[in-house]
Design a protein around this ligand. Structure first.
Ligand code: GDP
Ligand code: GDP
Length: 465
């Protein structure tokens, strides 16, 4: 077995559900048969191509009410000590409770690698919880639904990122690293909230290409990858049905979700229909940047907008490719019309990059990839708290929030809680009373002021006290 995982979190966040999903009922049963010598408290688990053990912490918190009795804490600490990796689990639906912070503190002090699992992410209102989760200082929350099995590919990637490939896939190795890790205490505040880290262009950028049937997705993918294709077919390991292709664009590493390849695998027509919906969704979740291919000879249709909406809701950044431009004989007029339509129909991503291409002739592909890279940078961008609050001062001076029931709403400060996409927390006197129109105004103004065109921007309101 490679490594051991402990699922840690306060009661009711979904630890057992996640445990069962990772371990699978059958495996758990096998472990219970007499004669199996493996440690009962540890169960074999699998996440696609990752094989590991999960420490069974079920029942640890039996004695726990809303407080944190010593026993529970002690058991948790034992599990943490045993583990190589911690799945720190929160309930994104309910948001953070004081117990989450207490547990997070224990985990942080352990110095062990952590994946922050934001469970119940499929639920309404989970977005606020996702943003809040950043406050735990445990890194980027990975949205999953243990109950519905969503977000598992991202969880897999996060495990590899947390452990490193060698450790995640590696065979048994000596355990000195483990001993060292358990002795290390991470400092209280290792992140400087005001730092604006440089954009990291060494990691492969994940791209998906989506669009209606016949829009030209396969042609585009083939044109993009062309001779530079380095690797085809199912990548060693990822799920059987997800296919990604690694390639290089002008020295920049890219990973493309190859939906075309997936469709080739579907033989029956009926299967194909079903696949294309799920397929699109999976591609979107896989990707950081999603290229929406539109057939320029057929105007925007409802389905195109639904795809765009889905991308935005998932927090990915869209780039539009108006394809088959070689067939258009009034290019300038049409482009103006399409641009106008795009801006009107997709106000949530004002300034979205939209490029004309011909997948067949290869024209416009450079521009398309430039747009993809530009959008990816914006999607990753971070604004320091200092700059945000100078901006806020200007807003409050010139366009303050309205008064509600005779009392003016107050905004104390704004911070950026996350990137990918940019997410901001606005601390204000009465979040519930703040009109949506004003929140939209804030987000549009932020977009302008800090030059963040074309990506979804998230705003969460919080009570200041
Ligand atoms: P534990 O106390 O942390 O082990 O939490 P459980 O696994 O017992 O889950 C607590 C409750 O949350 C149960 O009612 C689960 O059905 C529910 N739950 C678990 N995972 C999810 C999820 O992904 N989405 C939603 N909506 N509910 C979930
Ligand atoms: P998909 O279903 O979205 O993958 O679409 P395909 O890539 O299979 O393309 C559908 C059809 O449109 C094929 O007949 C392609 O040859 C054609 N096509 C794709 N891109 C272009 C283009 O840029 N110009 C022209 N004229 N035809 C294209």
């Amino acid at each position: 077995m490679g490594f051991k995982v402990a699922i840690i979190g306060r009661p009711n966040v979904g630890k057992s559900t996640l445990f069962n999903r990772l371990v699978g009922k059958k495996l758990a049963l096998v472990d219970d048969t007499p004669g199996v010598t493996r440690d009962r408290r540890v169960h074999a688990a699998k996440l696609y191509d990752l094989f590991f053990d999960v420490i069974d912490t079920a029942g640890f918190e039996d004695a726990a009410a809303s407080t944190l009795p010593g026993r529970m804490r002690q058991q948790t600490e034992i599990a943490i000590r045993e583990a190589d990796l911690i799945f720190f689990t929160i309930d994104a639906k309910s948001g953070l409770l004081p117990d989450d912070r207490t547990f997070a503190e224990v985990v942080r002090k352990s110095g062990k690698p952590v994946v922050l699992v934001a469970n119940k992410a499929e639920a309404r209102g989970a977005q606020g919880g996702m943003l809040e989760a950043w406050e735990l200082g445990l890194g980027e929350p990975i949205p999953v639904s243990a109950e519905h099995g969503q977000g598992m590919p991202d969880l897999r990637d996060a495990v590899i990122a947390a452990l490193g490939e060698e450790r995640a896939f590696g065979e048994d190795e000596e355990d000195d690293a483990e001993i060292a890790a358990s002795e290390v205490l991470i400092g209280e505040d290792i992140t400087d909230p005001d730092a604006e880290p440089a954009y990291d262009d060494t990691k492969p950028m994940r791209i998906a290409v989506v669009g209606r049937p016949n829009a030209g997705k396969s042609t585009l993918i083939n044109a993009l990858i062309g001779e530079e294709r380095l690797l085809t077919g199912p990548e060693a390991g990822i799920t059987r049905d997800s296919i990604s292709v690694d390639w290089d664009w002008r020295g920049r590493r890219m990973k493309l979700f190859d939906t075309a390849g997936m469709r080739r695998k579907a033989k029956v027509q009926e299967k194909l229909e079903k696949l294309s919906v799920q397929d699109g969704l999976r591609a979107i979740r896989f990707a950081e940047i999603v290229i929406i291919v539109l057939d320029a000879t057929i105007p925007f249709e409802k389905q195109d907008l639904q795809i765009a909406d889905l991308i935005i809701r998932e927090g990915r950044a869209p780039v539009i490719a108006f394809n088959k431009w070689d067939l258009i004989d009034n290019p300038q007029e049409l482009l103006a019309e399409l641009r106008e339509k795009t801006e009107r129909l997709l106000p949530q991503v004002r300034g979205i990059q939209a490029v004309t291409v011909s997948a067949e002739t290869g024209r416009g592909l450079d521009k398309l990839m430039d747009s993809v890279i530009k959008t990816h940078k914006v999607w990753n961008s971070r604004v320091s708290t200092g700059k945000l609050n100078r901006w806020l001062e200007g807003i409050l001076a010139h366009h303050p929030p309205p008064a509600v029931a005779g009392r003016r709403l107050k905004i104390k400060y704004v911070t950026q809680a996350k990137t990918r996409p940019p997410g901001f927390v606005v601390s204000c006197s009465r979040p519930d009373a703040m009109p949506q129109s004003y929140v939209r105004y804030l987000s549009n103004s932020l977009r302008e002021a800090f030059d963040m065109p074309g990506v979804p921007i998230r705003m969460a309101l919080r009570t200041s006290d």
